[in-house]
Design a protein around this ligand. Structure first.
Ligand code: GLU
Length: 230
């Protein structure tokens, strides 16, 4: 009976080439992370801290968006979360107590600053972070382009921002717009959404992607996983 190593040697001898790879540490599941906060404290440092607790899930880029009392400001970068922390001086350049954050694991569109989340409608009044995949995004994108919408990224997620814009302009109701979008899209999603017209609220929805909600004395949270809000 040959040893395991002996069998392997024979096997290697009989093939010309192969590719081996280690299973991803997360078991090959598509993960990444979202986090959202609204409360008494500055949102950006809380979001950055939350995202760092989700780093174990893997990511290729990161971004945050914060409502500053007048408008929603955002920063997003390719690469390590530390780059976003440096760029925003640990969040201090994005003041405000309402915000959403994202670490991206690219599925549609290469890892780039433009493809990093958050994504937004034309006047940046609707801001979206998304974990998951919109399977029918290409059909929806073509329809939206036909209605005059312009896309800046290659992501499936940007479809959500413009589709929300489309239904919000008709209903002037963010929940109704979100419901219509959920009826139109196929695939998986956990979403964090800011509407400039509703600065006191973070909107969220999920299907087949994880999302938890947390309450505390000083604020409320959404996140892809529990460590982000502990
Ligand atoms: N499908 C989206 C993208 O490629 C979201 C990926 C993710 O879950 O990070 O941008």
């Amino acid at each position: 009976e040959p040893s395991a190593a002996g069998r392997v040697k024979k096997f290697v001898h009989e093939i010309n080439y192969c590719i081996i790879r280690q299973e991803p540490k997360n078991g090959g599941k598509h993960m990444c992370g979202i986090v959202g906060y609204i409360g008494d404290e500055q949102a950006a440092p809380i979001l950055l801290n939350g995202l760092s607790k989700l780093e174990y899930r893997g990511y290729d880029s990161a971004g945050i968006a914060v409502y500053n009392g007048t408008e929603i400001k955002m920063d997003k970068v390719t690469g390590r979360l530390q780059r976003l922390k440096d760029l925003t001086k640990e969040g201090s350049t994005l003041p405000g107590t309402v915000g959403i954050g994202h670490t991206r694991w690219a599925t549609n569109g290469s890892p780039s600053d433009t493809n990093a989340h958050p994504h937004f409608n034309k006047d940046r009044s609707i801001i979206v972070v998304h974990n998951g995949i919109i399977e029918n995004y290409s059909k929806l994108k073509q329809r939206l382009i036909g209605k005059g919408y312009e896309f800046v990224s290659e992501t499936d997620t940007e479809v959500l921002a413009h589709l929300l814009d489309y239904y919000y302009k008709r209903s002037h109701n963010p929940l109704e717009a979100l419901t219509r979008v959920m009826q139109k899209v196929e695939g998986s999603y956990a979403l964090g959404i800011l509407f400039n017209d509703y600065p006191g609220q973070v909107f969220s929805a999920r299907k087949d992607s994880p999302l938890i909600v947390g309450h505390s004395e000083s604020g409320n949270f959404i996140a892809s996983d529990v460590p982000a809000i502990l």
